[in-house]
Ligand binder design. Structure first.
Ligand code: NAD
Ligand code: GLY
Length: 368
């Protein structure tokens, strides 16, 4: 057994820059947190699934630096990513007398990370926070880049803020307890980085997919590192998604429609993104931007990663109409026109509109 790599990726945002530490045995080590701001209170926000697995180790490591370490345990699931759960965090912070120097730690997947980040952005107009992601999806994507928020019944991640963490701690060991379905969901966001930014990485993912599915720590550490490097490169140029950052939403326009249309939590976010990338690849082909071989290659990889490649029927009477209505609510939409992330060259993505008739063809072709 080889020793996994330890690496640090920096995200360069001037005074909001921060390190992303990637390795094993990081979470429980007090030294991991030695450079964080001092505070009277540290508050670990987690959920009912992750807490029994990792909160004791984190609380104990933080005890070396913070006089009081509190624990807030939220219900688990995308269906709880709403304002009532967010309010549970505020209730706990106020109830425990937390001041404006209090530092929050998001221990869990993207749901906990997005909600804790939003709580940190708004509690007393902003307190520091740290991401300790424990899903592959959160390690390769959601914990990095400062998008925080909650869902609204009418749209995914519609309420939120850009707010950067102080540090991200990706402890690969935590992926050992991740259910297989969640591992596959995380692979969707790993695969995403290939077609939009790095074809060599796409080759590497294809060659190492079995190792990733077998949770080989070196393969996982490299997948997390390369994904974070690409995300840091994009976010470093366009923190607030004025343009370039939108490419990170490859597959998400269709994917968010699937999540909202089925009801949050029915399909995992990564599953919806995986299937959404298949649909976006078909759209790219119909727009004449990529050839059929690209669509076949990407679809094959997504299927091999254990992800769905056929979209669900959201409305038996007018399925494409339902997708279109949901996609018009996407944050990239402009004056009601849906904007899609398409692949328009090797390792190159662009954001553009498409005629409804063409999008309908794609939906009819991809859903069953
Ligand atoms: P999640 O947070 O729901 O976690 C998935 C499941 O795994 C949950 O049941 C969780 O309790 C459990 N879990 C977490 N860590 C575990 C571990 N180590 N062992 C066992 N079980 C564990 O889902 P996710 O896929 O991590 O995140 C999806 C969310 O992230 C969505 O809400 C999505 O919108 C958001 N997201 C945000 C960004 C961003 O830039 N902020 C990017 C991508 C996705
Ligand atoms: N996950 C998309 C982004 O961070 O912009």
């Amino acid at each position: 057994m080889t020793t996994p790599t330890f690496s640090t990726v920096s995200i360069d945002l001037g005074e909001r820059s921060y390190p992303i530490h990637i390795g094993t045995a990081l979470l429980a080590q007090a030294s991991t947190y030695a450079k964080l701001p001092k505070a009277a209170h540290a508050v670990v926000v987690t959920n009912t699934t992750v807490s029994p697995l990792y909160s004791e180790a984190l609380v104990s490591a933080l005890g070396a630096r913070y006089p009081a370490v509190e624990l807030v345990v939220l219900p688990d699931g995308e269906s709880y990513k709403h304002w009532q759960t967010l309010n549970q965090i505020f209730d706990a912070l106020l109830g425990k007398g937390c001041d404006r120097k209090t530092i929050l730690f998001a221990l869990g997947g993207g749901v906990v990370g997005d909600m804790t980040g939003f709580a940190a952005a708004s509690y007393m107009r902003g307190v520091p926070f740290v991401q300790v992601p424990t899903t592959l999806l959160a390690q390769v994507d959601s914990s990095v880049g400062g998008k925080t928020g909650i869902n609204h019944p009418m749209g995914k991640n519609m309420i939120g803020a850009f707010y950067q963490p102080q540090m991200v701690v990706c402890d690969i060991d935590t992926l050992k307890t991740l259910p297989a379905r969640e591992l596959s969901a995380g692979l969707a966001e790993v695969i995403k980085y290939g077609p939009i930014a790095d074809l060599q990485f796409l080759d590497w993912i294809e060659a190492n997919l079995d190792a990733l599915l077998a949770r080989d720590p070196q393969a996982l550490a490299y997948a997390v590192q390369r994904s974070c490097e690409i995300k840091a490169w994009v976010v470093g140029q366009d923190e607030r998604e004025a343009g370039l950052r939108a490419i990170l939403n490859f597959g998400h326009t269709f994917g968010h429609a699937i999540e909202a249309g089925l009801g949050y939590g029915e399909w995992l976010h990564g599953e919806a993104v995986g299937c959404g990338m298949v649909m976006a690849a078909h759209l790219s082909q119909r727009l004449g931007l990529v050839d059929a071989d690209f669509v076949t290659r990407l679809t094959g990889l997504i299927a091999k990663a254990g992800l769905p490649i056929q979209g669900p029927v959201l409305d038996a009477a007018d399925n494409a109409g339902r997708y279109l209505a949901l996609m018009r609510l996407d944050k990239k939409s402009e004056a009601g026109d849906i904007r899609f992330v398409v692949i328009d060259g090797p390792a190159r993505a662009a954001v553009r509109g498409a005629p409804d008739a063409l999008v309908r063809e794609v939906i009819d072709h991809c859903c069953a």
